[in-house]
Design a protein around this ligand. Structure first.
Ligand code: FHN
Length: 587
């Protein structure tokens, strides 16, 4: 018996060997960064889309600049807060969609130095403070949307109240403002770690490549995020959708999740839905456990300070990251292609770190499959005295499975998430096949399936393209399992119609066809959040009498082309088919 890799896509293997590009090494090691959305929109305090939402005429919006005087801005204090939180880089909006440059731009007078009573250049001050503190400074630049410039042209979100679409000449904006401003940012602020582009809707492939070339010619080591273009594969790393946490094995390139602390980016007094430190830490470990970075946002106020509700959360997260730095920075994600019900897992040579959620603390011990090395020692990272934990390793010859059982202390050792460190003998040697963990639910995630085309679309008959996902997996505990479809549903969508036809499941001669319903909402999922909710749909039951390797197929029109040429991140899907969860009926 034996399966060579997770599913049969080879995706996980690609991840492991993916991109050991030295240009990206600082970024992949950093794991945690601060996003800052700050601009004139802080004054009306209703988020960064206020100009568009209210169709504020350019001449009116410009008046905000006359009142923008953030005298309490202290670059060192911002950088110190990022550092205290455990963040290793800062990405700040040099220019957002309103077209206002938050630095002294010679290319366009609509900027903080020339148009406000403040007259200072916060990006210069941040560049100095970052260099001093060893934090990498990076810039967000809205390269397509610009509601101030008469010739900026986006696929959808344009200033049509001041300017006529048909009179727009995109090149005048692109060559006259966007590229010159990027040149300023890349030549006057020292090393720029990365440029974070956004909302590329409508940008041609040629113009996207032009921007990439432009950046590379000015600072070859400056990284570029994927939102520079909607054509796949551009840039150095993938920015997931806003607040979107990927599935294990989903991305073959380094990736990050841009995330809000509440539900907004720019400062707003309206949104008071704040994530707790507990939930932030769980999301952080979920992201790094899948090998990603977390870029967590703050929206500073008009006077130049970071809202205290944000700062206090970041400080609390920082206490945790400080104690657990070893398990965060420079680590790799989990080698096991499964969501772990009790938390997350990171590794580095000779070490495995188990990030166990305190509210799932397994009083009767934690069991894990797949570590082939001999474990030398186990202890809680937060335990200063490093008291050794008892553990036992075993090998099941029939199943070809290495297992480890650790006896944990009665009480969690840290706040919110407690990290258990394992010291390994020799080079890390993990079983990366899709194998059921000894405890908890077992999820078959879509990226670990082999996706194939089952039926072409018939547009006339209104039949969508149907794809099949086939998982090959090792079941450790035979028995009867309840099957739950895991979907992420956008908050503004009604469920009806999201799955246009019944989903077909087949394994070991058992077949089920079900119209998925919105049976349960998993509101506490660390891998999901606003604007999505994790929804579970009961699909029925399958019984597997034998442990060992099985296959399961799922047919649905909601399965995506695994290698699209183009994607429109802006139009985030109404529903994302994430996984099939297997829950053992008899415990
Ligand atoms: O429209 C922007 C939004 O204002 C914010 O900057 C986010 C951050 O990822 N990006 C765009 C929407 O995806």
């Amino acid at each position: 018996m034996g399966i060579s890799k997770a599913g049969s896509t080879g995706q996980e293997e690609q991840n492991r060997t993916a991109e050991r590009d030295p240009r990206k090494a600082w970024w992949t090691a950093a794991r945690f960064g601060m996003f800052i959305h700050w601009g004139l929109y802080a004054l009306p305090a209703q988020g960064e889309w206020i100009m568009y939402a209210q169709k504020t005429p350019v001449r009116e919006y410009e008046k905000l600049a006359q009142r923008f005087n953030p005298t309490e801005f202290d670059a060192k204090a911002w950088v110190a807060l990022a550092k205290e939180a455990g963040m290793r880089y800062i990405v700040i909006t040099a220019k957002h969609h309103d077209g206002f440059a938050m630095y002294g731009s010679k290319a366009d007078p609509f900027n903080i130095v020339d148009a406000t009573p403040f007259g200072r250049d916060p990006l210069k001050e941040l560049a100095e403070a970052c260099a001093e503190a060893g934090i990498v400074l990076c810039f967000y630049y809205s390269h397509v949307i610009d509601w101030h410039h008469p010739h900026a042209l986006h696929k959808e979100h344009n200033n049509t109240w001041d300017y006529k679409l048909e009179e727009k000449r995109f090149a005048e904006y692109f060559e006259g403002k966007a590229k010159p401003q990027l040149k300023e940012l890349l030549t006057e602020y020292g090393r720029v770690g990365l440029l974070w582009f956004d909302t590329a809707g409508g940008l041609s492939e040629e113009d996207s490549k032009d921007i990439v070339r432009h950046v590379r010619s000015l600072q070859p080591d400056c990284l570029i995020n994927s939102r520079v273009s909607h054509f796949m594969g551009m840039g150095d790393f993938v920015s997931k959708g806003d607040n979107e946490i990927g599935m294990s094995g989903e991305d073959t390139r380094p990736w990050e999740t841009p995330m809000t602390l509440n539900q907004s980016w720019g400062y707003t007094t309206k949104d008071q839905v704040w994530k707790t430190a507990d939930s932030l830490i769980k999301k952080l470990v979920n992201v790094i456990g899948k090998g990603g970075n977390l870029l967590l946002n703050v929206g500073p106020m008009p006077q130049g300070t970071i809202p205290e509700l944000s700062a206090e959360r970041l400080r609390e997260v920082g206490e945790w990251t400080g104690r657990n730095a070893e398990a965060i920075y420079g680590t790799d994600g989990s080698p096991f292609p499964v969501e772990l019900e009790w938390g997350a897992l990171t590794t580095r040579p000779g070490r495995v770190y188990l990030h166990v959620h305190n509210d799932k603390w397994p009083a009767n011990g934690l069991r894990l499959g797949g570590i082939r090395n001999r474990v030398l020692r186990a202890y809680c990272l937060a335990d200063q005295s490093r008291t050794e934990l008892e553990f036992e390793q075993a090998y099941d010859e029939e199943l070809e499975l290495h297992t480890l059982e650790i006896r944990l202390p009665d009480e969690p050792a840290d706040q919110y998430v407690s990290v258990v460190a394992l010291e390994l003998e020799g080079e890390n040697d993990f079983d990366r096949t899709l194998t059921q963990m000894p405890d908890g639910v077992f999820q078959l995630e879509v990226p670990h399936a082999k996706i194939s085309l089952v039926r072409e679309a018939d547009e006339e008959a209104g039949i969508p393209v149907i794809r099949g996902a086939e998982w090959t997996f090792k079941l450790v505990k035979p028995g009867t399992y309840e099957l739950l479809l895991v979907s992420f549903k956008r908050h503004d969508q009604a469920w009806n119609g999201l799955y246009p036809e019944p989903i077909l499941l087949e394994s070991a001669g058992q077949v089920i066809a079900v119209d998925p319903r919105e049976d349960l909402a998993d509101s506490d999922s660390p891998s999901c959040q606003h604007p999505y909710t994790a929804v579970l749909s009961r699909m029925g039951q399958f019984t597997w009498d034998q442990a060992g390797v099985h296959t399961l197929t799922l047919l649905s029109s909601r399965l995506k082309d695994p290698a699209p040429k183009f994607t429109e991140i802006w139009h985030a899907d109404a529903v994302k088919l994430r996984a099939l969860r297997l829950v053992r009926v008899d415990g």
